[in-house]
Unconditional design. Structure first.
Length: 169
């Protein structure tokens, strides 16, 4: 039988912090995975109570509110807020999804947020996308069309040059 060992400081510690919402009528409780490799401490779960009356409808809105009002050290990725880029991908109540497109009202009860389970964690909810990005760079189907991609090699810097080359702007 194979012998597996967990990395140092990988066991979740039960000593998380609790951030309470003050004077709110509609409260949603979030349990959020926290890990800072620079601290040398084990990961933990912090609990945040969010006033739904002063927060947007999406899970990403709640995370932004947590960072702004309760704990500025909370770390997560966000970018387009439209479900296109995938930077806010995380595990929400046991399902992988995008925080920007997941409505809190669709999730019953308390909400548990963890990083993507199949990726190494850099900090808190930020996974290391390096292996994924390396894999798609090596995909022959993607490499064949790379010259036409906006971020690919040889992409024109100006819209006029793109139109001249026959590419959509």
């Amino acid at each position: 039988m194979a012998s597996l060992t967990l990395p140092k400081n990988s066991k979740i510690n039960g000593a998380g912090r609790h951030f309470k919402a003050t004077s709110a009528s509609r409260i949603k409780k979030f349990t959020v995975y926290r890990y800072d490799p620079d601290s040398g401490e084990n990961p933990r779960y912090d609990t945040f109570e969010i006033d739904l009356d002063s927060c947007g409808p999406m899970v990403l809105d709640a995370l932004i509110k947590m960072k702004a009002e309760a704990d500025p050290t909370l770390t997560f990725r966000r970018s387009c807020r439209e479900g296109i880029c995938g930077s806010c991908a995380m595990n929400i109540n046991g399902r992988n999804g995008l925080a920007c497109t997941t409505a809190m009202e669709d999730l019953g009860g308390d909400i548990r947020i963890t990083p993507l389970p199949h990726m190494e964690v850099i900090k808190d909810l930020v996974p290391d996308f390096t292996p994924f990005l390396c894999a798609i760079r090596l995909d022959p189907a993607l490499a064949a069309n790379r010259q036409h991609h906006a971020f690919g090699q040889g992409a024109p810097a100006k819209p006029a040059a793109a139109r001249k080359a026959g590419r959509a702007v």
